[in-house]
Design a protein around this ligand. Structure first.
Ligand code: HEC
Length: 510
């Protein structure tokens, strides 16, 4: 920087003296000035040509996509250094190694899957996993054992983003509208690999696997599994494909009759949010819910943050006056400040009121191994009760799964859409601006390290004051979000960020 300044002063001096001495015509002087600046700059070794920037672009994207340093012997590096390929195009060639074919796999030659492609897939899986509040299952319910992860893949919400990212011509909005689940495609060189559901005998703390069971004396016996399980694939991650597993529970229903004949891997529509993993990971209530004190609002809270980047309170006090009911039996219905969160969360949670938790057992004596969500008996059989009149309701879970998408957007707009089911919630979210701005924010952070602020700047009570640099980042992210909404391509979003000045100079505040 200082070098550049000195150069500028020097150039000015030279020009001034030359001007005086030669008294040139203005056209000739301009040409002279151009050469003079170029000469002095090159003498001082200040790089103004773009080759260094393009190499920087490539080195940076390679480190992010492959998680390794690119070697100078890499053909892409050589081409970029020679100026025959732009850094952005080289980056996109690396990115495209993750492209999925019609069977959902990355490319292979002679039976070997592209090693860079597998690394690109894994890096983006890690990035997309990181955007979720809940990344792994943890024991929220007393008997939730390890085995759930053997049957229900905790990464499935991230797979929905990856499928939109690497499957050609897949509109980004499908991430929230897909009516089927997704699984990872994995490759293992073991010919006869066996998978196992693990369980723990809690009295003895003995781990058993596969079709083994233990009794409380510690004796391990091999028994036929009470239901036929198809496990989550393991091995090297080489792609993503529609979920084809049907894990129908067939065991004698002595402990939880509710699970009988249900598919443990049932998907409820709406891509990411209709997955078992999203329901199990984000719900802390087993259900059925009553729509009052017991509600799946922890799920709504995480959804608002995971997919819309909205934090709480998500409504202004003036938005919720009509929801406040002084004589309500529910504590939060009486307070304006309470309803600034609860009006968003509780009504959104109404869209999954028709599911409840169920358990599967390895056999009739063991503790529950696998928890999952399934439809409440008789769901949809009771008439609907419109919000916001509702109080605690024993039949809440049997009424139509209606709710709303209701919050203040980053630009202060009040979003208030009624929603008729979980599948409809995805349809309503993809019409918002926030889903796209939020995704752009995540990618911008991943690629530049800058965390753009998307809070509602019009909020009279909670608006932050942003510096010029922060305002610039926010505006860039909002524009990228608009572009994503229009183009529906995550690939083009990545390309836009990579080709920007901010990507190579994130500290410049531009
Ligand atoms: C900043 C947002 C926010 C505000 C403000 C808020 N709540 Fe909540 N409330 C939540 C969330 C999120 C949950 C769900 C927590 C969970 O299940 O982990 C919740 C849950 C509850 C529950 C259910 C607890 C249970 O057993 O599951 C009650 C009752 C409640 N809130 C009452 C109130 C009252 C009364 C007020 C106002 C004085 C209030 N809340 C204000 C976010 C809020």
């Amino acid at each position: 920087m200082i070098g550049k300044k000195i150069v500028k002063i020097l150039v000015k001096k030279i020009i001034q003296t030359t001007e005086k001495k030669l008294m040139m015509s203005s056209g000739a002087f301009k040409i002279m000035k151009f050469f003079c600046v170029g000469l002095v700059l090159s003498l001082f070794g200040v790089t103004t040509n773009s080759s260094a920037n393009e190499i920087k672009r490539l080195e940076k994207c390679y480190a992010l996509f492959v998680k390794e340093r690119i070697l100078k012997t890499n053909p892409l590096w050589i081409q970029v250094a020679a100026g025959t390929l732009t850094g952005t195009d080289a980056c996109m060639r690396i990115f495209d190694k993750g492209t999925l074919d019609s069977t959902g796999k990355i490319s292979q030659s002679a039976g070997v899957y592209d090693p860079i492609g597998t690394k690109v897939l894994s890096s983006f899986l890690e990035f997309h996993r990181s955007q979720f509040e809940v990344k792994e299952y943890f024991s929220k319910f007393p008997s939730n054992d390890l085995a759930v992860a053997d049957v229900i893949d905790a990464n499935e919400p991230a797979y929905h983003f990856l499928y939109s990212l690497f499957k050609p011509n897949e509109p980004f909005s499908n991430t929230l509208t897909r009516s089927f689940g997704l699984k990872s495609v994995r490759f293992s060189s073991f010919a006869n690999r066996t998978f196992s559901v693990t369980g723990i005998n809690k009295t003895l703390n003995v781990v058993f696997q596969g079709n083994q069971t233990t009794d409380d004396s510690g004796a391990v016996t091999v028994a036929a599994l009470p239901w036929s399980i198809t496990y989550v694939p393991t091995g090297n991650f080489i792609g993503i494909a529609p979920e084809s597993r049907l894990n129908i529970v067939t065991h004698p229903p002595t402990q939880d009759s509710f699970s009988l004949n249900r598919n443990v891997n049932e998907h409820f529509g709406s891509g990411v949010i209709g997955t078992q993993a999203y329901l199990i990971g984000n719900n802390n209530k087993p259900g059925p819910v009553t729509g009052g004190v017991t509600s799946y609002r922890a799920w709504s809270k995480n959804l608002m943050s995971d997919l819309l980047c909205r934090s709480l309170p998500s409504l202004r006090s003036s938005d919720v006056l009509t929801y406040v009911k002084i004589d309500s039996t529910l504590s939060y219905r009486k307070g304006i400040s309470c309803m600034q969160c609860h009006a968003s969360l509780d009504y959104m949670a109404g869209t999954i009121r028709d599911v409840r938790n169920a358990s599967v057992f390895r056999n009739n004596n063991d503790p529950a191994d696998v928890q999952f969500y399934t439809k409440v008996a008789g769901s949809g059989t009771f008439p609907s009760t419109p919000y916001p009149e509702m109080e605690e309701d024993a039949d809440f879970s049997k009424r139509p799964a209606e709710g709303s998408l209701h919050y203040r957007s980053y630009d202060g707009t009040l979003v208030n859409e009624s929603v008729s089911s979980l599948a409809d919630l995805g349809q309503k979210i993809i019409l918002s601006n926030d889903f796209y701005a939020c995704t752009a924010k995540r990618y911008y952070r991943f690629l530049t390290g800058i965390d753009a602020d998307l809070s509602d700047l019009e909020d009279p009570f909670n608006a932050p004051v942003l510096s010029i640099g922060k305002m610039n980042a926010r505006n860039q992210v909002i524009n990228l979000g608009q572009q994503l909404k229009q183009q529906q391509s995550l690939r083009l979003l990545i390309k836009s960020i990579i080709s920007s000045e901010t990507f190579i100079h994130p500290d410049a505040g531009i």
